[in-house]
Write a protein that binds this ligand. Sequence first.
Ligand code: GZL
Length: 341
Amino acid sequence: MFRKRSYSLVMTGILMGMIVLLMMFGSRLFLDIDEEPRVEEEKRIVVGVSQLGSESGWRTANTESVQNAFTTQNGYFLIFNNARQKQENQLKAIRSFISQRVDYIIFSPVVETGWETVLQEAKEAGIPVILMDRNVDVDDQSLFATCVGSDFVAEGEKAGRWLEKELRKRGYAEERVNIVMLMGTEGSSSQIGRTTGFTSVASEHESWHILDKECADFTSIKGKEVMRDFLRKYQDIDVVVSQNDDMTFGAIEAIRESGRTVGVGGDIVILSFDAVRNALEMVASGDINVDIECNPNQGEYLLRVIDMLEAGEQVERRYYVEEDIFTIENVTQELLQERTY
Ligand code: GZL
């Protein structure tokens, strides 16, 4: 009798113990070991990023740079949206970030105008906005904290000064030089700045004639189409100024299909912008005469800016990334191997 009772008492005790253990540690006992280590979400800085699209090799590298910066390990929670080249998608994404009450909004404005209202909404919500890559054209400069990107006017001027030197080297004194321009997205900072910079140098030379300039939206397909039209319209093109490498790739295809040659020793001089790796390979092979670098690696700069804002420090109105200019003389195999984009 005693044995039976004590046995059932023991079993009841063990059962109760197991229930208590399961209640205390159940979730942990069955924790999925592949689960991400839990960073206290409340401590992570939440950043909403509206990227304008994925139109070019440069844009892909720019996106990678942002995603590599705003990681869990770095203490961030990244909400990333690709606007597929549409301003209305960027406006939607920014309003969504505001309603989610993110800590910071970062965006690369597809064009410079049309942002006042949404930036005012972010300001009233107390959410700092940081511009990446491109700029906005607003009267109230307090609508954004800073802009991390390139000096596009300087990039355009660099292209013009290189062409001056190149023509002098070829002994072109006052011979007529016929130029066509493939333009980036109409109204974008990069299109506006590069055009301003190059045409300001061109205006110093009476012998330089810009026959035509047309938007090819920073894509290789449009670049090929526009270049094909130029080749039909103009028999004596000497120089192509293409405002990004993707349009350049398309333009070179069209030129070659017309039976003409490009680059060093070719019929048509090619000036390009961005300096992504596969374009630099074409600089090294002499197909592209010069490539004006536009550095997409802006993630680290953006991290530093947010560090400063978090520390209550004053930030500059603009931060320019470092950039170079590449020709066959300085594109080495080592450089190509080291290149991250
Ligand atoms: C430049 C960037 C431009 C690149 C293009 O900062 O805005 O947009 O030159 C990209 O490749 O599409």
